[in-house]
Ligand binder design. Sequence first.
Ligand SMILES: C[S@@+](CC[C@H](N)C(=O)[O-])C[C@H]1O[C@@H](n2cnc3c(N)ncnc32)[C@H](O)[C@@H]1O
Length: 262
Amino acid sequence: MSSAGTDERAFQALTQKISRARGLSCESYKNKCLKRRIAVRMRARGVHTYDDYSRLLDSDTREYQELLDALTINVTKFFRNLETWEALRPYLRKLGDAHADLRIWSAGCASGEEPYTIAVLVLETLGEGRAVIDATDIDRLSLERTQQAKYPHAAFTEMPAALKRRYFRDDQPLPGVRQLVQVRQHDLTREPPPHPPYELIVCRNVVIYFERTAQERLFQVFADALAPGGVLLLGKVETLFGPARERLTLVDPRERIYTKPA
Ligand SMILES: C[S@@+](CC[C@H](N)C(=O)[O-])C[C@H]1O[C@@H](n2cnc3c(N)ncnc32)[C@H](O)[C@@H]1O
């Protein structure tokens, strides 16, 4: 077999092993993304082949956590793409008019900037006590950061200063913001939604790392989990496709906002 072929076989064996040992469904992620991230860990540990890295995982089980951290890309910010949140406001207002309380899901919430952004937007648009936000992610470390909710200055560069003054103290969200957010570990590739039906699902910059079939499956899960009249917000470069595309209506192509017919 060619060395490229051997390499590919060793890569498949490694990802199967990671899936078995850690329950991470590697087959749901794009190979290009997995290879790039595994290469980061291999360089960090000074090993040159997938087989050697596989042996390293056997002898140093802490390396699994390092690998998992490398595989989950956690870049995020408060009010990331500010114009998207402005575009979402009228939909949120409409949902608030139709429901006493909203159930919202921030799926793949990283270190919490996204669910706390949603909490601020709900407080600004609808007032107090109007929503519960499920903040979920596969990555335990990110969820610990969400719970701690202590943020560096860099996390606020897109957030309007007036909102920060109103809803944060010492770079931490005020209790009124925090109490809207419920944090839990959740794997989008294998677990059902935590508390459907949802009036709003926000899943941004997560499915770009997934294989097409995993994306298609997840879009169907979102379409099922949305309440009639509910809203789905994807990331700026993410597009709904497959059977879910027939079930949801694209209402803002630029900001990737979809609604489920009432
Ligand atoms: C780039 S961050 C996006 C954060 C935030 N949604 C935003 O747009 O700013 C991607 C997040 O997806 C999470 N993620 C990756 N695979 C996941 C899975 N299978 N289930 C749940 N979350 C996952 C990662 O841990 C990471 O925190």
